[in-house]
Design a protein around this ligand. Structure first.
Ligand code: FES
Ligand SMILES: [Fe+2]
Length: 374
């Protein structure tokens, strides 16, 4: 069970902060060695960790029907995730058991995976169904030459994959709140690369201390200067970014307060996934380290409204476009500029203040996970 506060409690805390001009504070500051953003050994250890932990691969909604699949690299490993005829989601290492060719690329819907090289064919459950001119492989046991499976499970509207580990790693998935409901549909997917370490990209989501300075003409006119509610659940965090218009709830009795459109929840699912629940849509951002100073961002945008009404859908798309073209672009610029600043060699340690407690929680959790290996 998660121990996140109810919307009403979060609202109450925000209203108190507005009145007093305060924000949530962590107990301590955090000092992070800058070498952790520049060391190839550190990155290798982090990628190993990403392979051992259960990590979100995509929203369940991306695999809506039997045969729907996504093939991509996760922590540098080519993986396919597919929904079977029985409705179950399965994950496999994306490599033909003949001579190793990728058996799928991108995404789509299929009845079987047919290797382009010589045509070996695999069912959606990974079993090898057909070898062209099979008499050329007299002693080959088809039963042991299916695609190599990796553990996968669906939770909270997401598909989790644990490549080299236990999908039920210490029950961490049991602490998740409901994140994406069955009525939510995907309306956009993108993939892009940013020239920055994956942890710098992650940090950009986790505090509101930068809102006024970085997003002066975009988010700040609607939001606050440094006003957040910050919660932790397990190794994860939730950071709440209220809009100024939430102040009107002060006049509404607590039990009748609704937060829709009045705040953004950003969930950090440790270690590398951000889920921003905005007023009309939810954005799932998967951060894949490509190299020490390069990150691939895989994003899925889901509508928060179940309705297929075209006017409402347009409002959702407008909302998403505003965020992408304004604030998110500013965050990208800043992220890349930080990476270049790191290269200057000016800093050996970064200090995260008491407004940046969700980042401290991330680094503390990452240090612990790297130390124990899980
Ligand atoms: S490598 Fe796939 S059929 Fe030969
Ligand atoms: Fe930002």
């Amino acid at each position: 069970m998660t121990i996140l506060m109810s919307d009403q409690k979060v609202t109450q805390r925000i209203l108190e902060h507005i009145e007093k001009g305060t924000t949530d504070l962590s107990d301590d500051i955090w000092r992070e060695p800058v070498a952790n953003y520049r060391s190839g050994d550190r990155l290798a250890a982090e990628i190993n960790l990403l392979r051992r932990l259960p990590v979100p691969f995509c929203p369940s909604a991306a695999l809506a029907e039997a045969g729907a699949y996504i093939a991509r690299e996760a922590a540098g490993t080519p993986i396919i995730v597919v929904r079977g005829q029985d409705g179950a989601v399965r994950a496999f290492r994306n490599a033909c058991r003949h001579r190793g060719m990728l058996v799928a690329t991108g995404s789509g819907c299929t009845k079987a995976f047919v290797c382009r090289y010589h045509g070996w064919t695999y069912r959606l459950d990974g079993s090898l169904s057909h070898i062209p001119h099979e008499y050329g492989f007299p002693d080959l046991d088809k039963a042991t030459h299916g695609l190599v499976s990796v553990p996968a499970v669906e939770r909270s509207g997401l598909v989790f994959v644990a490549q080299d580990g236990d999908i039920d790693n210490a029950g961490v998935l049991d602490t998740l709140p409901d994140l994406i409901g069955p009525q939510q549909k995907i309306f956009a997917r993108t993939e892009s690369e940013t020239e920055a370490n994956w942890k710098i990209v992650a940090e950009g989501f986790l505090e509101g201390y930068h809102i006024r300075s970085t997003h002066r003409d975009t988010f700040y006119p609607y939001g606050f200067d440094n006003l957040n509610v910050i919660e932790q659940f397990g190794r994860n965090s939730r950071v709440t970014f209220p809009f100024r218009r939430i102040a009107k709830l002060a006049d509404v009795p607590p039990e009748r307060r609704r937060v829709d459109g009045l705040l953004t929840y950003v969930y950090h699912l440790f270690p590398n996934v951000m889920i921003a629940v905005l007023s009309q849509h939810t954005k799932v951002v998967l951060l894949e380290p490509v190299s020490i100073d390069r990150t691939r961002l895989i994003t899925f945008a889901l509508s928060n409204i179940g309705s297929s009404d075209s006017e409402q859908q347009e409002a959702v798309a407008r909302d998403a476009a505003f965020v992408d073209q304004t604030g998110a672009a500013e965050d990208r610029d800043v992220t890349c500029a930080i990476q270049r600043g790191i290269g200057s060699g000016a800093n050996t340690v970064f200090t995260y203040g008491r407004f940046e407690g969700a980042i401290a929680h991330f680094h503390r959790s990452l240090d612990a996970a790297l130390a124990t290996g899980s």
